[in-house]
Design a protein around this ligand. Structure first.
Ligand code: F6P
Length: 407
């Protein structure tokens, strides 16, 4: 039997570690012959673009490099599998690819949209009487998947965001004049990642002085009042804002880029600049906005060891679950305790996760809607622990290089 694996959605620092987990487990499994990588997620299964991973990942050193390489080695997609009733031919093409290559297990690493693919494809195969199994492996820096305690990729993003905000705090406080620095953080419609900047308090930082999340209400007037209040106490005010906040009385088009992907998700970007203009106009002090942008999901030089280890482990478990006969499931983490930190890896129906979003808990948002409470810190802290001993060359991290034909 052969197996296939694909990566989907926005990249993370840990998504390749999950691929390595599946790959390593496959090497240990006698019944598995080839391990195919599908190029650009499910699109590669539709167009029969597969690569034999054993031909490009040859040594343990390759696997170690891949583990420390951000982004998706196999490429990615934002492709929504249509309903079987509307486009059955797409499913027939996927089945052809699976059959031609004797694939008995298909593993899909992705977020809530990708779990929609796991649900639809596994149901189609089951209805056909096929015993090909489809299992989802979670990932996303947004941490917005239900059921799972957290998602692979999130811990590394938290570590980068917190470390970078801390550096911004140092940089912003050098001059004698008052200033405001606004840091825009990814997360789409959930504020997990922006909220996580609160962990700096565990190291004695007071900033970010204000944290704004999509789960809280936000008005421009209240924001200006908040900033003024903080300026009365601090010379350099640092604000963390989630890209997906809704500004009362303002259309998103006034500050967000506006484009939409196939899932109907807006490409969110621009709220930091919007707030910067607001501060400049209404307060008139030195103000700067910083958009962390893609760096927060690809800065593997500062990834969290716990995150990378867990991502690999969950990949291994996913293959084992498939070989045990499961299909239409997603693997997830169940937290057993914060301290000492311990998780178990379990399995749920992918339908419980597909197209659903887990919001940042309201109980962890301060009543003023502009901060995160201390209770959230013990949730976040274990996820950023540990370092990866990054292999370096010429003073720079070494990345696993995809073969030329895949670039
Ligand atoms: O999927 C995670 C994510 O990084 C979100 O935080 C962000 O809003 C989105 O992807 C950006 O997507 P893309 O890279 O496709 O523009």
């Amino acid at each position: 039997m052969n197996i296939a694996i694909a990566q989907s959605g926005g990249p993370t620092c840990a998504i390749n570690a999950s691929l390595v987990g599946v790959f390593r487990q496959a090497l240990l499994t006698e019944e598995i012959d080839a391990v195919f990588g599908s190029i650009n997620g499910i699109e590669g299964m539709i167009s029969d673009e597969l690569i034999n991973l054993k031909s490009i990942i040859r040594t343990n050193e390759d696997m170690e490099l891949l583990r420390q390489t951000p982004s998706t080695m196999l490429g990615s997609c934002r492709y929504k599998l249509p309903a079987y009733d509307t486009e059955p031919e797409i499913y027939v093409r996927i089945l052809n690819t699976l059959t031609i290559h004797r694939i008995g297990v298909f593993l899909y690493i992705g977020g809530n949209d990708s779990m929609d693919t796991v649900v639809k494809l596994s149901k189609f195969l089951q209805d056909k009487g096929s015993d090909i199994r489809v299992i989802g492996v979670p990932k996303t820096i947004d941490n917005d998947l239900p059921i799972t305690d957290h998602t692979p990729g999130f811990g590394s993003a938290v570590k980068y965001v917190a470390a970078t905000v801390q550096e911004i705090i140092r940089d912003s406080s050098v001059y004698s004049i008052p200033s405001v620095t606004i840091v825009e953080i990814m997360g789409r419609h959930s504020g997990w990642l922006a909220a996580s900047s609160c962990i700096l308090r565990a190291n004695g930082e007071e900033a970010p002085h204000l944290i704004y999340l999509p789960e809280a209400s936000f008005s421009a007037d209240r924001f200006i009042e908040d900033v003024r209040r903080q300026m009365a106490k601090h010379k350099a005010v640092v604000v963390a804002v989630s890209e997906g906040i809704a500004v009362e009385g303002t259309e998103p088009e006034e500050f967000q880029s506006g484009a939409t992907d196939v899932f109907g998700h807006k490409y969110l970007s621009g709220v930091g600049k919007f707030l910067e203009r607001l501060v400049a106009e209404r307060i008139g002090c030195k103000v700067r906005s910083v958009e962390l942008n893609v760096m927060q999901r690809c800065s593997s030089h500062l990834c969290a060891g716990t995150d990378i280890d867990e991502a690999e482990r969950i990949g291994r478990h996913a293959l084992r679950a498939a070989l045990d006969g499961n299909s239409g499931k997603m693997m997830y983490f169940r937290r057993v305790s914060d301290m000492p930190y311990a998780v178990t890896i379990e399995m749920t129906d992918a339908a419980n996760v597909a197209n659903k979003e887990k919001k940042f808990p309201l109980k962890w948002i301060a009543p003023e809607q502009n901060q995160v409470t201390d209770a959230a810190i013990s949730y976040f802290l274990p996820l950023v622990q540990g370092e990866v001993d990054i292999r370096m060359k010429n003073g720079m991290p070494v990345h696993f290089q995809r073969p030329l034909q895949m670039r």
